[in-house]
Design a protein around this ligand. Structure first.
Ligand SMILES: Cc1cc2nc3c(=O)[nH]c(=O)nc-3n(C[C@H](O)[C@H](O)[C@H](O)COP(=O)(O)O)c2cc1C
Length: 196
């Protein structure tokens, strides 16, 4: 019997490694792992990643890569291309997402378009940490990437948001944790259907 290996890569766009966004992502990943899905968490904190230069070289080269080199852009794009599922996690920064995750989304989006949709029908989901307000806007920002990339997005029992200020505070957001676990279960279910 041939066993299909399913892999999910998660990006934590927070400036803080191991903070609330990472903790929330961890709950989703744990559920995926329970279903035999391989996972990888990438902490973007401190990583060098520039925004899109709008040079359009990806459209002429069509080599599945961004023309900008010397930062982490292509390393991350390659990870996304190799995965069956992509989780994008961000803290809420001034009612939106972190600049690092935005830079990745912009560059990956153009590379995908330039190459006929390299993320098409992969499964994707967004996760957001927030102290008080702006999480829905951040959640929407992340989801824009999945929908324009023709990806399939599973839901949960609430929007995928966890509440906390200091690292670890989200552990006390019982509903937020439950939302992440349900997301992980639904993502695993969907990944298995899509990759059957
Ligand atoms: C630059 C910056 C901007 C922030 N803006 C908001 C905001 O608009 N709304 C909010 O509720 N929390 C805001 N916060 C708080 C973080 O979203 C919150 O502490 C979150 O848990 C951080 O996640 P992390 O531990 O993964 O870094 C901000 C924090 C920083 C550093």
């Amino acid at each position: 019997m041939q066993v299909t290996r399913i892999k999910v890569v998660a990006f934590n766009g927070s400036a803080r490694k191991g903070g609330n966004t990472a903790i929330l992502l961890g709950y989703v990943l744990k559920e995926l792992e329970k279903e035999g899905i391989e996972t990888e968490l990438i902490e973007m904190s401190g990583a060098k990643i520039h925004g899109c230069l709008a040079c359009r070289k990806c459209s002429t080269k069509k080599d599945h890569r961004c023309a900008q080199t010397g930062d982490m852009g292509n390393v991350y794009i390659e990870k996304m291309e190799q995965a069956d599922g992509i989780l994008l996690g961000s803290p809420t920064y001034v009612a939106d997402i972190s600049p690092e995750i935005k830079a990745l989304m912009d560059r990956a989006c153009l590379v995908s378009k330039a190459n006929g949709g390299i993320f098409r029908r992969k499964v994707g989901a967004a996760v957001v940490a927030v102290r008080r307000a702006g999480a829905i806007h951040a959640f929407d920002s992340l989801n824009h990437f999945f929908f324009i990339s023709e990806m399939i997005v599973p839901g949960s029992s609430y929007w995928n948001i966890g509440i906390g200020l200091e690292p670890g505070d989200v552990e006390r957001d019982e509903e937020g944790i439950r939302t992440m676990k349900t997301l992980g279960q639904n993502m695993a279910w969907l990944l298995k259907k899509v990759n059957d």
